[in-house]
Design a protein around this ligand. Structure first.
Ligand code: GUN
Length: 305
């Protein structure tokens, strides 16, 4: 039996549709336009691509986008002053500081200077603590996107065995907390886990978030399990030939070996086109949520954890 392919691109379009409707209602009924401020320090090419894409999608759903591009040698004091200004600005409901920051800036200090209510990344220590204690918080975008897809596929997650492979602060840990909140039995496994294949074989839900290309293979997957692949790894693809400069062509793969996992799983997210597109969609969802909370209005249905 071949697995159902969970179409993250279509799902993300659906989330953006819901965000668009909610934004229109906020404007019509309350005269409020949600605003997202994105701060980029330096000129890292990958970060520039992400920031451009975030700005474009923010405008497409009808929200205000405020982009702040700072020099690579911006001082910590200047960056903190900008964040203070955005914290105080009532037209800004969400603030995202693009990571990684240049080495001379203390990321923890910078992230924790964002007003937690505007922390649409969910990285502020207050939001981490709120999520860890099962309280209302801002939730990191990638795990939120995974949760939405899992809820859509399973309905209730209650009582299911979930194994999260990877223990990062951005994905693994918040993912585990979200699954626990939805009453899964949760295991956080990682590169040092003893007999990782056997641990994964017990899972009804597998979330791959270790950053190792195609590490999780079909032989590890319980028949019918749901596989959510968060990995985005670029690997050499000599079968595709060479580029004009003679370098070998590459392709994107996840942390799960797609073909073998898809033979055994009940459902699986592809790479690309699975979790990836959901991340920015959830950033937009978080901005609407933050805007509603800031104005004591009902939160959008189906867009929160
Ligand atoms: N850089 C890569 N992914 C992310 C993200 O989700 N949030 C932020 N702030 N920076 C990133």
């Amino acid at each position: 039996m071949a697995a159902k392919i969970i179409d993250g691109k279509a799902f993300a379009a659906d989330v953006r549709g819901k965000v668009t409707e909610h934004v229109a209602r906020l404007k019509e009924e309350h005269g409020i336009t949600p605003g997202l401020a994105v701060v980029l320090v330096g000129e890292d090419p990958a970060s520039q691509v992400y920031v451009r894409s975030k700005g474009k999608q923010t405008v497409e759903v009808g929200m205000n986008s405020f982009e702040h591009k700072l020099d690579i040698d911006t001082s910590e004091a200047d960056l903190l002053a900008l964040i203070d200004q955005l914290n105080a600005d009532p037209t800004v409901h969400g603030i995202l500081v693009q990571l990684p920051l240049p080495g001379h800036l203390n990321s923890d200090l910078v992230i924790n200077s964002i007003d937690p209510a505007k922390d649409v990344d969910g990285f502020h220590i207050s939001n981490v603590g709120l999520l860890g204690t099962g309280q209302k918080s801002m939730v990191p975008c990638t795990p939120l996107g995974c949760l939405m897809m899992l809820r859509e596929h399973h309905g209730s997650l209650s009582g299911l065995n979930a194994v999260v492979v990877g223990r990062s602060n951005i994905v693994g840990k918040p993912m585990a907390n979200l699954l626990l909140k939805d009453s899964c039995t949760v295991t956080i496994a990682h590169s040092r886990t003893k007999d990782l294949p056997e641990v994964v074989r017990g899972a009804d839900i597998v979330v791959g978030a270790v950053g190792r290309p195609e590490m999780i293979v079909g032989d590890w997957i319980k028949p019918g399990a749901t596989v959510i692949d968060v990995g985005i790894n670029r690997i050499d693809a000599p079968e595709r030939g060479t580029n004009e400069d003679g370098s070998v062509k590459t392709r994107l793969v996840g942390d799960c070996h797609f073909a073998s996992c898809a033979e055994v799983a009940g459902a699986i997210t592809p790479v690309p086109g699975g979790v990836g597109p959901m991340t920015i969609a959830c950033l937009l969802a978080n901005t609407v949520t933050a805007c509603c909370r800031a104005n004591d209005l009902d939160e959008p249905q189906g867009l929160t954890a």
